[in-house]
Each structure stands twice: as structure tokens, then as C-alpha cells.
Design a protein around this ligand. Sequence first.
Ligand code: A2P
Length: 340
Amino acid sequence: MAQKKLNIAVAGATGAVGNQMIRSLEEMDFPIQSVVFLASKRSVGRQLKFKGDLIDVQELKKDSFKGIDIALFSAGGGTSETFAPWAFKDGCVVVDNSSAWRMDPEVPLVVPEVNPHAVDRYTQKGIIANPNCSTIQMVVALHPIHQKFGIKRIVVSTYQAVSGTGKKAIDELFDQTRAMINFLDYQNNVYPHRIAFNCLPHIDKFLDNGYTKEEMKMVNETRKIMEDDSITVTATTVRVPVFFGHSESVNIETQEPVSADEVKTLLKNAPGIKVMDDPDQNVYPLATDAAGQDLTLVGRIRQDESIPNGINMWIVADNIRKGAATNTVQIAQILAKEYL
Ligand code: A2P
């Protein structure tokens, strides 16, 4: 039977993630009847391309969702908080890329390779949350290991691209880099310090416990997606002068003994993953390998020799694609295929 075609809205269509959502809807051949592109008042008058047609950008309003089946949101947390309930009122399911709803017990938080079954709880609030970019790529790689060997503890340090902050941050890295190599003055508008030729151990706001919000997202979202509160997680999240692609150094301690070879074999056969691990040939995942494609890349898989059951690895993915837009469209695909 042919799949039902759906009416889709993209809220935040003019942004970095919104733009990739549009491209992913095209690339993944989503069953579409019609599309509506929504953004702020500022973008009214702009047009965006979809499958060869130019579509007018409309202002996001409370009544934007009449007749829409699924709305993909990436327009900031405040916008999602305000508008997702209005979408629900009009019978539209929201797949939300912001952090606004992720830890709401009535909202599923989904990575299709890990917990696709959680989608069925979308009916409670009409919202499915897309996890934080750094968390998505980490759980894609760790879930198969957790299922087989049981993960007790995760220690992660991230090296995150500026595109995760949005279009203004991409411009800031570009402008600062150009200014510095020409010995010109530069401005810090997006980050509190210069990002060009620098690393900032500060992503999102600082919390009372000394961690940043981004770090605590990795702790709490990992447990929610893996459906196991016994896993302990500690994170240090760092912004680096890379445009696209988040990299992560991840150390795990497992319950059962595990070898690096077992992990390599397991991950080679796991969904959504490409193992790139041949140190003799200088093969390991780079942000430049990850950018522009949808797989999570894993390499540098090796024994942690400081503890009995430990593994170290390096995990890289395109933060705008698998870390945001692709994962959102994959969730919408499950909805379209199995629920709507
Ligand atoms: P606009 O381009 O009209 O400002 P990014 O994260 O790349 O900066 O993109 C943010 C996206 O969210 C943009 O599409 C932006 O639209 C949209 N956006 C931001 N605030 C609002 C708002 N209050 N209402 C609707 N869309 C918004």
C-alpha cells in the first residue's frame, strides 16, 4: 500500500537547522502532500526552495498549524514552548529540536537507532523531543555496547562546532578568523570570548553545580533515551573553532568484561554507524569526514588500561544533520509510517 502523503510545516525554516530539515525532507524522500515554511516576522518576503519550487516564508503564528500533520520545530526553546501547544490543539504533532520539552515526563525523547518504540507516547502532549546534538551521536554509538555489556559509567569530553549555536556563530568564526589573519580588530558578539584559534570550555549557561546546561543535558538525556537511570555520566563540553561536525572523546566502564575488538565488531554491525579505525593508515573519524553525511563515525577504539572493564573511543557526527535535522526527520518518518 502506498504511504499516505502528509502536510508538513518547518518552524525556524530560515535557520541553520531548519534549512537542513528542508534538505533532509527532500533527500529522505519523505511522503509529502504540502509544505509550509515558518519563521519570524523578519523573514516574511523571503522564499525558500523545495524540490525545485520556491515557497514563501510565512510568519509563525498560533493558527499556523491548521491542516498540518507534522511540524518540525527548530526556532529556539521559547518559541517551542509557546507554539507547540497551539499546534497540538489543531491536531498537529510537533517534533521539536529545542531543549524546551526534552525532560518533560510526558514527552518522548527519541533517537531512532536507540528507542524508536518511545514514539508511541507522542499522544500525551502531541510533542516528540529531539535530543541534544552531542547526546544523539554518543548514544547511537553506546547503545549497542550497553545492550551487550552493560554500561556503568560514561566520561565524555566534547569538541563542538560553532554551527550548533546557529547562523550568527558561523558568521562570527568566519569574521574573526578573517580579521585575525589580516591583523584587524574583531568583535565577540555570540560567545563571551574569541572563538577563532581558541577553545571555550563553556556551552550554554552555567548552573549552580558548576556544570553547564549542555553538560547536564548529556547526563540527563542519555539516561532518558537509554531508559536506564543507573548509568552515571560526567561531561565537559567545549566549543572549538570548527564550522560543522562535533567530535567526542568518550570513556566507558562496563559491567561485563569487554575487549576493543568486540566493540569494533559490534559497532560495525550496528545501525547508523561507520567504524573508521585503522591507526596504521592514519584512519580515524574527523569533523571533515562527518560533515555533509548522516552516519555517526567511531574510531580510536581501545582498551582503557587504567580499569578492568574500560573502553576509550572517538565519536564524530554532523551536528546539524544527525545531531539535529536528520534525527528529527527520522522521527517524523516513524510517525508517518507507523502512527499517522
Ligand atoms: P528568522 O530567520 O526569521 O529570525 P538559527 O538557530 O540558525 O539562528 O535559526 C533560528 C530560526 O528560528 C530562524 O529560522 C529564525 O527565524 C527562527 N526564529 C527565531 N525566533 C523566532 C520567533 N520568535 N518566531 C518564529 N521564528 C523564530
